[in-house]
Ligand binder design. Sequence first.
Ligand code: NAP
Length: 250
Amino acid sequence: MAGTRLPDTPYDDQGLPLALGVIGCGAMGAALAELFSARGFPVHLAGGRRRTAEALAARLPSAVAADPETVAAMARLLILATPVHASRTEVAPRIGHLLGGKVLVDVSNPLPSDLHGTGYHSAAELIADAFPKSPIVKGLNCVSARQVRAFARGGPPPTVPVTGDDREAKQCVTRLLRTAGFDVADAGPLRNSRWIEGLTELLRRIGQEEGLGDAVGFRLLRLGGEPPEDAWQDSRTSGPAFVPRKENRT
Ligand SMILES: NC(=O)c1ccc[n+]([C@@H]2O[C@H](COP(=O)([O-])OP(=O)(O)OC[C@H]3O[C@@H](n4cnc5c(N)ncnc54)[C@H](OP(=O)(O)O)[C@@H]3O)[C@@H](O)[C@H]2O)c1
């Protein structure tokens, strides 16, 4: 069924950018909405009680604000940029059942209280538990909102480690992030998320020690060159190489 098939690229069959949804329009959600809007993606925004989504949509050319249910219906790929507790207790009950065939990107970093007593080691696994209908891809959590904005203005591309258990979903998110200009590193299955969530904590501590705050970021060095486009694909599943569509429009 075409309608529920998971997207494996951020473009549709006509080469048009897929509609992205951003749930949570605080510091991180707003920075990502600005970035993807500037990169030409239609962005559907939903915020909380302070009506942050409406204020953000008013100043972004390709963005519209709506309630979370509408955003879930309109977007093929959603970025969950709400605090973990709100994601589980408020967002999941409202839209979790609407997310079949959609990819969910979890950018969260957990508070200790989020994980305490749950038996899980990462926010990503908590989110996967709360959103059983959609494949979860963990990523962008170790890039600060400040760095997203600096990158959007032409700053150096941070490395974004991503984890996930669904091949198409991870491929789609990887391609989206690479199209946006990020360096992406495949960090394996979702259960590895604890390590990239731990990386955020490491960067936070370095930022504190060096007096740089959230200006500290992560870039992976690879001896022997950059990874192939679809490094995680094996020979049975590899398809044609992806060409970012924006570069085709000359
Ligand atoms: N800030 C960063 O640099 C950064 C970097 C990487 C990852 N993250 C992660 O991104 C997530 C958000 O962090 P943040 O710093 O952006 O927090 P924030 O500035 O406090 O924003 C959180 C947003 O979530 C919205 N929200 C709360 N409950 C909601 C609900 N039920 N439905 C829809 N929206 C809801 C709030 O909307 P209203 O304001 O309208 O109430 C608020 O705008 C966290 O998981 C964090 O770990 C943050």
